[in-house]
Design a protein around this ligand. Sequence first.
Ligand SMILES: Nc1ncnc2c1ncn2[C@@H]1O[C@H](COP(=O)(O)OP(=O)(O)OP(=O)(O)O)[C@@H](O)[C@H]1O
Length: 947
Amino acid sequence: MFLKKIELKGFKSFAFPTTIEFKKGLTVIVGPNGSGKSNINDALKWVLGETSKKTLRAKKTDDMIFSGTVTKNAADYAEVSLFFDNSNKLLEHQEQEVIITRKSYRNQNENKYFINKEKVRRKDIRNLFLDTGLGNTDLSIISQGSVAKIAEARPQDLRSLLDEASGVSKYQIHKKEALLKLDKVKTNLDIFEVKLNALKRQIEPLKKASEQAKNYLQIKAELTKIELPLIQIILKDSYHKQKELIETEKKSKKEKEIIEKNLDKFAKELKENQANLLKLDQEIMVLHTKQTDLQNNLNKKINFSGDKKEFSNKIKHSLYSINDLKEIIKEAEKEEQNLTKEISSFKIKMSDLRQETEDYIGKSNQIKFQLEHLKNADKNYNRAVKSILDNKLIFNLIYGTVKDIIKVEKKYELALEAAVANKFQNIVVNNEKTIKDAISFLKKNKLGVATFIPAENVKEKTIISELKNVILKINGFTAILSDVIKIDSKFKNVALSLGGNIAIFEDLDSALIAAKFIQYRLPIVTLEGDIIYPGFTVKGGFNNKISKKIELEKYQLGQEKLEKIIKKNEMMIDNLETNILDFNAKRDLVQKEIIRNAERLHHLDWEFQQLLENYQTIFKEDFDLNKVETKIKTEKPLSLEKIINQIKSLNAQKHQLSIKIIDAQDDQQLQNKRWQELLQKIQYSEINLDKLIRVISENVDILNKDYQLTYQNLEEKEFPKLKEPLEEIIKNQQQYRKELRAIGYIDQEAIERYQKLEKDYQKLNHEVSDLSEAKAKLNSTVKIMDQEMIKRINKTFVKINDRFDAIFKTLFRGGNGRLEFLEPENLLESGLEIKASAPGKAVKNLSLYSGGEKSLIALSLIFAINEIRNLPLLLLDEVEAALDEANVERFANFAKILNNQTQLIIVSHRPGTMEKADILYGVTMQEKGITSIFNVSLDKIKEEFIN
Ligand SMILES: Nc1ncnc2c1ncn2[C@@H]1O[C@H](COP(=O)(O)OP(=O)(O)OP(=O)(O)O)[C@@H](O)[C@H]1O
């Protein structure tokens, strides 16, 4: 592919039609500033479909059209054509020469594209140049000032350069289209699937309804086949029967009416006869009554005289009984009164006795108290003795006081008192140990003192035998005190210690004599309580103990006496109580007897009253009868015989009438029976008529509703003879009707709707499978394209990187440069960045490089790409402007070499570049504002620039 020429008409500063022809070799375009060199770039880009106003250096579409000068009017349109030699068929077009044209009219905001004068879409032009190296003009047409920007280009812009270099743009567009299609297919598939599901949901119930309708119609057809001939037969038969029945009913009703009239007549006659009969009966009854009355009067009169006598006897007897009973009751009441009196007197006595006894008991208790007090007076133990006795259990063995363990006969009591009264409170214990314990207890508890006698080893006192012999012989001697003490044998020595040496004499005189005899060597006591101590001291006088004793005896006597009286009284009270009980029992008996007799009396009274009443009645009736008899006798005498004859004659009449009535009743019965029969017949007819009417109406209904026929229509029809018996056909009809009822409502349209829906469903299902298939294919295509693109990108990337580093090293005389993927794992979309380091510089950030350095880096990349891609055309607009002379030379050398494979057009002001040009075009504005092009003599230019 080679750009042979460009034709420009009214494009920007090209007011006049201008043709720029290109030949093999390096073309360099030169000209002063603002002469319109760069407008040529713009024209190329514009034709190839560029729309970016910024790239085209415009603000609006009309800026592409010549705007006019002072001398030249503005153009109406702009038109540019590029003429390509397509002999190598790089462009997919059959022509050797391919002319691409773009035209734009002023104020129309419209662009027209042409390929070989044929109107096409912009898209067609873009597609034509895809992957030719001119698909992305950013790569092939490097505008003024933009070269350095390539070094700092955005990762995605660098990436699009690589895509163009790799020749994957076509794939990308195809992939984009495939993805769009895929999206569409997916959307359609979703919609279709939703629709399909909706149909699926509808189809099942509709299928059921359709089958149901079909079934219904089939049964209906079968039914129709048999039903119409059947109804024809039934209706014909029913109408005939109906006629017959109406006739019969009419006759029966007529006969029934006649019988009813007869029956009315019979009833009337019967009523009359019965009335007559009743009349006769009444007459007979009156006569019977009269007859009975007469007879009764006679009988009663005979009976009354006997009754009257009997009743007067009974009344008399009853009166006697009542009087007897009254007497008995009187007696009993008297007895009761006596008994009550007796009981009251017993009660009074008993109450007196109780009072008396209670007084005695009071006194006795008083005496008992005093006795107790007197007895205890002797036992007033001192505190120590009392505390030992109270706690006797804590000691080994305490027997008690002397007073407690010794006793004497009454006559020795005063003597004992006189001799040992001072020792009565001595405590008798078992031995010394107990004495010690008891004393220490008293001491410890500060309870006073006590005297103890150890029973086991107390010292006995005796009277020596010579003295004893003397004493025994003295008058008045009574006894040795220890001998009269009554004591337990184990305390014998205690008794001896107390009184073994004391002699008892009757009185003081004898005692004094004896004391004298024994020379006052022993203590002697008298029975009166005087005592003569050894050495002759005498203690005697009134002992108030005696008075106490007398008092005690007196009290005891009184006490005993009182107890006897109390006992006696208590016995008397017991007797009285028994008497009261007896008398009460007796009185109860009498009272019961009184009550019983009173009841009897009451009964007798009542009987008596009855008798009296009866008697009075009889008396009155007798009186009445007498009156009746007198009356009958005074009235017209009617003999009993006459009455009987009259009754006889009436009975005969009655008999005749009864026979008449019975005959009439028989007739009536017969007529009634017939009437019943007729009634039944009529009822039966009516029932049958009802049935027939029902049958007729049911069948006529079926005819009207189901077949839209009348009976007349049906009658006219002829049906083939039914083969099966009528019952069988009716059975079938009922069966079919039952089945139809069971099916119920049907939707006849469901059959058609189902068929249509089924068709739609199948169609949709087919479409869904087609779409699924398309989806799978598109997915697979996208996948294949992705794989191919990755393969190409990878391959191109490695090659470009290799060449980029090499050219970088050449242009920079060292260092290194490379391209890197930002996302190496996503080669399909990842952006790129340039990594470069100039020789001897640590700077890595590209923005910190100088303008010239940036241009060199960009040019290294553009040249590297071009080497790998072999671009058909490369237009470089003042890309070396920032380079120094040495670098311009290196650039120009590279461009020269490059020109061998690529049509290279350079816009330049630099002599270094111009020097290398094979063809040189000059661009000027000979007429102000209008660009013109001319061929320039190289030598002239060299001369002009170099010199
Ligand atoms: N629509 C238009 N109608 C008329 N003239 C236009 C139009 N658009 C641009 N121009 C003119 O084109 C000229 C710019 O041309 P261009 O940029 O190609 O110059 P140049 O030769 O590249 O200059 P330099 O060497 O300074 O880059 C300007 O003088 C401008 O007025």
